[in-house]
Write a protein that binds this ligand. Structure first.
Ligand SMILES: [Fe+2]
Ligand SMILES: [Fe+2]
Length: 195
């Protein structure tokens, strides 16, 4: 069954729970990318990560507004969420990043963050297109999903381009090792770390 049709069958309470999960992922993703921007190894990555971070936090806020428009309120989602699966890919690294214990980021660190972020963005894409169809008669929500869709396309393109450049510069093996850590992350095959 198509995602939009599945959403139609869900009670509002369940839809609000899903929207809250997305809101949380967008906001936390934005906060994480803002930390990455601060520690970026080049000026160009610093600027692009900062813009990416701002977009994700803005998306989180847009979901907050939609949740309120639907009569819901912001709630902390009960895990495990996309983020928990990503963290399980390399817990020491992500914990140090969140705790601001990393003095700087290397290019392989940046590729790791990009690969993990892409996993989340790709997994979210299906759900987003389902919500876009579900809300097609709601002008405000439609405009919101259109805007988010264009931003996300832009994010995927710049990240994929950066990874392509890294690959062409001879970092294929390193990238393959990183991808291996996250390949099953978001479909739930890697259990989140209990800590
Ligand atoms: Fe986003
Ligand atoms: Fe994004």
């Amino acid at each position: 069954m198509e995602i939009a049709a599945q959403l139609t069958e869900k009670p509002m309470e369940e839809l609000l729970r899903l929207l809250n999960e997305i809101r949380d992922t967008e906001t936390r993703g934005g906060l994480l990318l803002a930390l990455v921007a601060e520690l970026a190894p080049t000026e160009e990555i610093h600027h692009k990560m900062a813009k990416h971070a701002v977009d994700e936090v803005r998306h989180g806020w847009m979901f907050t507004q939609l949740i309120r428009q639907l009569g819901g309120h912001v709630e902390k989602p009960s895990g495990p969420l996309y983020f928990d699966y990503i963290i399980a890919g390399r817990p020491d690294f992500w914990t140090a990043l969140f705790n601001r214990d990393l003095p700087e980021l290397t290019m392989p660190d940046v590729w790791e963050i990009m690969i993990a972020a892409n996993e989340i963005e790709c997994a979210a894409e299906n759900l987003f297109s389902g919500f876009r169809a579900y809300f097609r008669d709601n002008d405000k929500a439609s405009a919101m999903f259109r805007e988010i869709y264009f931003d996300e396309e832009f994010h995927l393109r710049w990240v994929e381009r950066e990874l392509e450049i890294a690959e062409q510069a001879g970092n294929g093996q390193e990238l393959a090792r990183i991808r291996e850590r996250y390949k099953d992350a978001v479909n739930g095959e890697t259990p989140p770390d209990a800590n």
